[in-house]
Design a protein around this ligand. Structure first.
Ligand code: 26V
Length: 745
């Protein structure tokens, strides 16, 4: 890219009489011209990332930063009287749900910056994850028409590379949109848009359509097959054109990474092409697939492990169903001859109870299967994939997640980045490990860091005031819990802990309480009733506290609307404390925990997911670990009785009673339903996630934070320790591990 030329173009852009949208498109396409002019030598061996989610967030600032012209661009346009921050209104590309989608985006960023050839494949949804509003404290969902106002100047439509995807009842055209990912190499995220008659276009309309009915399930299957088949189809076509029909060498040039099971149809399509079009035998094709595919598991929640009814797949993809069933037989035969036990074969089977287990397809065919944090991988080895692990121990490995410091430090916390520049020089920007050289005992550094944190808190407060119309308490501790809303993440437990603190404040039991603000951000899946009830409960608590003169100068709760990547950038930089309180064993890794740590938040958390590794790096003494461990949770199974437990602990009962005693208006019984999730067997056992069991330890941990925060130097030291010990959680480290251990690129 030619920097001078781009700057010259910027200088020549006339800002007068142009709308912000026009300028956005003009500046963006000037950058795109430079990016696309970069001639790349196609590397021999490439890695391909298959994911239904990519949470790219806003591309503008990220790309200008990557091009190394963000500061200069700001200056040039400021002189013309145009503030680039206007583009903070540009909608996020929110083609994902949460951690899994954001991880994909971080990995693309790291791979490009390190110069690894990693190409992403996915779906170009017309509507991203819904926009969230609160009406009367309840979540209301609106379609996220992300292309409507600002368009998508960061992608190029490639009609010349479209490909047809066939279903029994329709043929769909997959049209690629390529988004260059700029770094040391220019990689590409290729998202396919579905085009064709009638129902065809529905395939790329929505992210995660509700799949609680047959129609929804069919649509999900179509989506998954659609992009997987388009990607595999193109790569196989290109290979044949270049190297002919001998597929022996295919794995030398391609390595596929399945981001969870959503793209497992890629396996079936690959086998279908090789057997039906190119006449290989299934065992031979499977052997080539085994050298090509790898799989990352991102959750052990049974309800999130995909299984598709054989009959549904047969209905719209008969050849694919046939391949999967034949693969099932092939795998069984293989296991039989290798002396696997019957129970093991049952556990690993591709067809189970009339359904295809997509995880089992992935595990069978993949060369390497990985978990995303040490504890998660251990659980995969011991529980979920124990039979596979027993017979092929080398197949399973851990790659702890990471986040890109370019977005989650350089971009969202310029002040902290400057601090590192001043004290370390610029070297840390290429090698994050260098930040661990900051001396956390140096009082001057501590004072500087404290100032930065205060400034980021001020910025966050200003942002929240603009977005939500709520003024945050000043001189307060900012505690953030930002993540998807799910029962296992236990936002509900935090809600009850806040109520406990509220009552203690009212009773005068906490005379020296440091003012505290709890900041929540989360979307609840549209069909997830309980998650929505938890949002409502938290909003009601926020209101109760805000209207109570006795406490509202010391305690505040704000649940921000439409939490997304851009909101996250503000919150992770401006928080003192990171809440990571999942039931031990349930959070595969978490990545928000890493982003907050990188910006100097201390963790109040359970020994779960990557929290364990976070406190290993930053020191347990610099964080607030509480609650039951995995072993303790396992031991409680079948023994724990939440009804008796609440009776024994009046401090718990006092707060759970608020769900049913009229503290809050509850005309339609939503809070009542939340209470029943604690005390009755519903779709899960009573208090399945041990909310009550860990509640008082959480309150204690929060009060300890509150106490220790008073000693500013001590607390800031803990924060700086966390920030400067976060290098391990860079996605650069994670991507290097994938590249070296799995992809061999
Ligand atoms: C999906 C679903 C869909 C059906 C309803 C219940 C449910 C629950 C969870 C999920 C998420 C599945 C995969 C996922 O997003 N996992 C997240 O991946 C992150 C990146 O590895 C990781 O940091 C998070 O801990 C993990 O939850």
């Amino acid at each position: 890219m030619n920097r001078e030329r781009l700057i010259e173009t910027f200088r020549n852009i006339d800002v007068k009489n142009k709308t912000a949208v026009e300028l956005y498109k003009e500046i963006s396409s000037a950058c795109m011209n430079e990016i696309l002019s970069e001639k790349q030598k196609a590397p021999v061996r490439c890695a391909y990332y298959f994911s239904v989610e990519y949470l790219m967030g806003r591309m503008f600032f990220n790309n200008l930063l990557a091009l190394g012209i963000l500061d200069e661009a700001r200056e040039i346009f400021a002189k013309k009287g145009f503030d680039l921050n206007t583009f903070e209104d540009v909608e996020d590309a929110a083609l994902g749900n949460g951690g899994l989608g954001r991880l994909a985006a971080c990995y693309l960023d790291s791979a490009a910056n390190l110069g690894y050839p990693l190409y992403g494949f996915g779906i170009r949804y017309k509507y991203g994850l819904f926009r969230q509003k609160f009406v009367g404290g309840e979540q209301v969902e609106e379609a996220d028409d992300w292309l409507k106002t600002w368009g998508d100047p960061w992608s190029v439509r490639r009609s010349d590379e479209k490909i047809e995807v066939h279903f029994a009842d329709m043929t769909v055209t997959a049209v690629p949109y390529d988004m260059p990912i700029y770094g040391k190499s220019v990689n590409i995220l290729r998202l396919f848009q579905a085009e064709g008659d009638g129902e065809a276009e529905k395939i790329s309309e929505y992210l995660y359509p509700a799949d609680d009915c047959e129609e929804g399930k069919l649509l999900r299957i179509r989506q998954e097959y659609f992009f997987s088949a388009a990607a595999v189809g193109q790569l196989v076509q290109k290979y044949v054109k270049k190297y002919g029909k001998n597929f022996e060498h295919f794995p030398e040039f391609h390595v596929f990474q399945l981001n969870d099971t959503h793209a497992v149809f890629a396996v079936a399509e690959f086998l279908r092409l090789l057997t039906k079009e190119y006449r290989l035998t299934l065992p031979h094709a499977a052997e080539i697939a085994k050298r090509t595919f790898n799989y990352t598991n991102h959750t052990i929640l049974p309800e999130a492990l995909e299984c598709w009814d054989v009959t549904l797949v047969e209905k719209i993809l008969p050849e694919i169903a046939q391949i999967l069933t034949r693969l099932h037989i092939l795998a069984k035969r293989e296991w039989d001859t290798c002396g696997y036990r019957k129970a093991e074969i049952e556990e690993m089977s591709i067809v189970r109870g009339g359904k295809y287990s997509m995880a089992n397809v992935a595990v069978y065919i993949s060369g390497r299967v990985n978990g995303v944090a040490e504890i998660h991988t251990k659980i995969l080895k011991e529980r979920l994939f124990s039979a596979a692990y027993k017979h092929a121990p080398d197949k399973l490995l851990n790659v702890t997640n990471g986040v890109t410091q370019r977005r989650w430090l350089l971009l969202c916390n310029e002040e902290l980045a400057n601090f590192y520049d001043i004290h370390l020089g610029h070297g840390w920007r290429k090698n994050l490990q260098a930040i661990s050289e900051i001396n956390c005992d140096d009082e001057e550094l501590l004072a500087e860091f404290a100032k930065i944190k205060a400034e980021k808190k001020r910025q966050l407060a200003a942002y929240i005031e603009r977005k939500e119309g709520v003024k945050l308490l000043e001189n307060a501790i900012y505690i953030a819990q930002v993540k998807r809303l799910h029962e296992y993440k236990r936002q509900f437990m935090t809600a009850l802990a806040i109520l406990r603190i509220y009552f203690d404040l009212k009773n005068g039991k906490l005379p020296d309480f440091t003012p505290t603000v709890f900041i929540f951000g989360a979307k609840a899946a549209g069909s997830y009733r309980r998650a929505k009830e938890i949002i409502l409960f938290l909003n009601k608590i926020a209101e109760l506290i805000a209207n109570d003169e006795d406490v509202n100068a010391r305690l505040q709760v704000v649940f921000v609307q439409n939490y997304d990547v851009s909101y996250a950038e503000k919150i992770v930089a401006g928080s003192d404390v990171s809440l990571q309180v999942s039931t031990a064993g349930f959070e595969a890794s978490g990545t928000g925990n890493m982003k907050l740590m990188m910006n100097g938040a201390v963790t109040v958390g359970t020994m779960d997911g990557a929290n364990i590794e976070i406190v290993e790096e930053a020191g347990k003494e610099n964080n607030y670990i509480f609650g039951a461990t995995v072993e303790e949770i396992n031991a409680l199974e079948g023994v724990y009785d939440p009804v008796a437990f609440a009776e024994e602990h009046p401090r718990i009962k006092r707060v759970t009673d608020t769900l049913t005693d009229g503290t809050f208006e509850d005309k339609d019984g939503k809070l009542m339903d939340l209470a029943s999730s604690l005390f009755e067997q519903t779709y899960n056992r009573a208090d399945h996630y041990y909310v009550l069991y860990d509640l008082l330890p959480l309150v204690e941990a929060l009060l300890k934070v509150n106490e220790e925060y008073k000693d500013k130097t001590l607390f800031v030291k803990k924060q700086l320790k966390n920030a400067t010990r976060s290098a391990f959680f860079s996605s650069d480290r994670a991507i290097k591990t994938y590249a070296e251990k799995i992809w061999k690129i």
